[in-house]
Design a protein around this ligand. Structure first.
Ligand SMILES: NC(=O)c1ccc[n+]([C@@H]2O[C@H](COP(=O)([O-])OP(=O)(O)OC[C@H]3O[C@@H](n4cnc5c(N)ncnc54)[C@H](O)[C@@H]3O)[C@@H](O)[C@H]2O)c1
Length: 377
């Protein structure tokens, strides 16, 4: 590997961007992390993070402190400064989805425009967030080319979908195969070279942006569908009076069957949002995504069903009952409560008058039902 990847700017320092930035700095690169949140930048530069990641037993906060101390990592809101200093840029800014499925593309638009305003000849720009299929070519590239520089000729443009799971980010950056695409062969080569800094796993080139964008969204939707399927099966076994977990255990002895376990629903930024990214393009193409849409609905309705099961089990009136919910994050090994099914479980119980207490020491957001101790009455 040449020295050309010695500096990296990472835009977006959230659940993905921060461990990604630190993975580059741990591998000896000078990294400037950029985020629009001043509070986040202040915290990071003071060595504080609420994330639960760790690498080979070292917690992310310790890694952050060490990288700051050794001047391998700095965080800033000053995008211009980062783009002046760095020739390699990775964007992890995503597309939030509002209730009802509306996509908020303004963050992605804004970061693309900021990069366009400061783009230099020879820069490598790699997007890693989950996108609507077609966005790299039809939305991001035209904004970047407002710089009057041409993608593939004056600067390199790549897309490598992010596949890591929260809580395992450092390990999966290293060991999860990565899909790579680019505006041309040179861009794929440069993107691959940059990613080789942090990964030992295969880097798999694909023929177009659209292939990688679509593969990423389908990977997430396939999980949504598989989870919805077992949540539906759980409804059936419950009505029949048999144990879904026993059914799954015995069914999975079939060599071509691999049922997941049912749960209280699906949360987080990735799986619930993926359907809306695909559907945005599906509408444009006049494709009805019936199965994916149904799976999304089943998973969205599941927390209410779980709350109803709890209500059925009460031995006193709901308004005289207190229920403690253990775990509020959207998944294990995570402090992320975005779109957590816990919210709908809590809301449904509270609407029936139940006094709800929630215990999850990983959650740093403030909710009045969160308790610090499960022992206290
Ligand atoms: N969280 C996951 O487990 C996961 C896994 C795989 C892929 N992804 C994808 O990775 C992307 C990022 O996800 P995340 O969970 O890290 O999101 P996040 O919300 O935690 O982080 C995004 C960050 O971008 C910042 N930001 C917004 N606009 C900006 C701008 N103009 N310039 C600089 N920073 C800006 C936000 O302040 C935020 O800190 C998404 O596309 C998501 O779908 C996430």
């Amino acid at each position: 590997m040449t020295g050309k990847y010695k500096n990296v700017a990472v835009f977006g320092l959230g659940f993905i961007g921060l461990p990604l930035a630190l993975s580059f700095s741990m591998n000896g690169k000078k990294v400037i992390g950029v985020d629009v949140s001043e509070e986040l930048i202040r915290e990071l530069n003071s060595g504080i993070t609420h994330h639960l990641e760790e690498y080979k037993g070292t917690k992310i906060e310790e890694i952050l402190k060490k990288q700051l101390r050794e001047n391998n990592f700095e965080a800033t809101t000053d995008a211009e400064y980062a783009l002046e200093k760095c020739n390699n840029v990775i964007v992890t800014v995503g597309i939030p989805v509002a209730e009802g499925g509306k996509l908020h593309i303004e963050h992605l638009e804004s970061v693309s425009r900021t990069i366009a305003c400061n783009l230099k000849k020879g820069d490598l720009i790699v997007f890693r967030g989950t996108l609507v299929p077609g966005f790299m070519r039809d939305f991001i590239k035209p904004i970047l080319e407002e710089s009057r520089l041409e993608a593939g000729k004056d600067f390199y443009l790549g897309y490598a979908s992010e596949r890591v799971a929260e809580g395992k980010a450092f390990e999966e950056f290293e060991n999860m195969p990565t899909l790579v695409s680019g505006i041309n062969e040179k861009s794929i080569r440069e993107t691959t070279g940059l990613l080789e800094v942090i990964t030992k796993a295969d880097i798999i080139p694909a023929s177009s942006f659209e292939v990688v964008e679509t593969a990423k969204v389908l990977e997430n939707i396939s999980r949504d569908i598989n989870i919805a399927m077992v949540n539906e099966f759980a409804k059936f076994t419950r009505a029949l009076g048999i144990d879904i977990f026993e059914v799954i255990k015995v069914a999975n002895t079939h060599k071509r069957v691999n049922l997941l376990n049912p749960g209280p629903g699906v949360g987080g930024y990735c799986i619930p949002n993926a359907f809306y990214y695909l559907n945005a393009k599906g509408k444009e193409l006049d494709i009805d995504l019936e199965l994916s849409s149904m799976a999304r609905k089943i998973n969205k309705d599941t927390p209410v069903r779980v709350a109803q099961i709890a209500l059925e089990k009460l031995t006193s009136k709901p308004e005289e009952s207190k229920i403690c919910i253990l775990g509020m994050a959207m998944k294990d090994y995570s402090s992320d409560d975005r779109l957590s099914p816990a919210f709908d479980v809590i809301k449904t119980l509270q609407e029936k008058g139940v006094d709800v207490a929630v215990y999850d020491p990983a959650i740093s957001n403030d909710y009045d039902y969160l308790v610090e101790d499960i022992i206290k009455p």
